[in-house]
Design a protein around this ligand. Structure first.
Ligand SMILES: [Zn+2]
Length: 245
């Protein structure tokens, strides 16, 4: 039997020690599972806070507020398509059921690890940016508030996409709180179809596929940037609503 030590022990040095347990793994390796605890004071969710709002689509994660917009190309849709094709090839070419199941499982694991790695990278970038601009709250869409109609809309098409968005939210929420940032989920409906300035309904622009324009006030912008601005606006609106009962 071998006693293996964890790779991340440095990060835990300042933390409170909780319970410890020995775990015997297949192959005879023995692990010591230790729970570490750290109490973090989170900043207030208030109308005075500076925030960063985040929108996610199939191939990019877009974040910012009224002052800046950043885009992180995840190419998640492309990765998914590639693994989907691989999966189809395995299903048509591999006869043996056991081998087929093993291969499918292997590629599923590999796909999810790739996507998760990207999510961690984005989370790190967002947190770094929050520090840089002095933002203390991360704002995301509250997927639980989506009604059936929204679920079928273009913004969040597909069950897999929503599931994947939720996984990203969980990663970012954990990382954000760990680094002393608070997290708030806001109303998700119509974030990329309403004008963030005047609230009018937006139209597709003839100048570009992802552009939306507002007839009333003349705004013309990328739909992801519009979503980020609407989420920003909703954060402050919901903070004000909470104050006035
Ligand atoms: Zn407008």
């Amino acid at each position: 039997m071998r006693l293996l030590h964890g790779r991340y022990h440095d990060k835990f040095k300042s933390m409170e020690l909780g319970e410890a347990r020995l775990v015997l793994k297949k192959g005879g390796d023995l692990y010591l599972n230790v729970v570490f605890r750290q109490t973090i004071m989170l900043p207030e969710i208030s109308a005075d806070a500076k925030i960063i709002a985040i929108d996610i689509n199939e191939n990019a994660i877009v974040y910012g507020n009224d002052d800046f917009i950043e885009k992180f190309e995840t190419n998640e849709g492309i990765i998914r398509t590639r693994y989907f094709l691989k999966r189809r090839r395995i299903q048509s070419k591999i006869r043996g059921r056991g081998l087929r199941a093993r291969l499918l499982g292997k590629y599923r694991g590999r796909k999810w690890r790739r996507i998760r790695e990207i999510y961690y990278k984005v989370a790190k970038e967002v947190i770094g940016k929050a520090r840089e601009v002095g933002a203390t709250v991360i704002v995301m869409e509250d997927l639980k508030r989506l009604n059936e109609e929204d679920k079928g809309s273009r913004e969040l098409n597909g069950r897999i996409h929503r599931w994947s968005y939720r996984r990203f939210q969980q990663i970012l929420e954990y990382q954000a709180k760990f680094h002393g940032l608070n997290v708030k989920y806001v109303e998700p409906a119509y974030t990329s179809s309403l004008c963030p300035i005047c609230g009018d309904e937006l139209e597709e622009s003839s100048n570009g596929r992802r552009l939306r324009k507002c007839r009333r006030c003349g705004l013309e912008e990328d739909r992801d940037a519009i979503a980020v601005k609407n989420l920003t606006k909703r954060y402050y609106e919901e903070c004000m609503d909470a104050k006035t009962p």
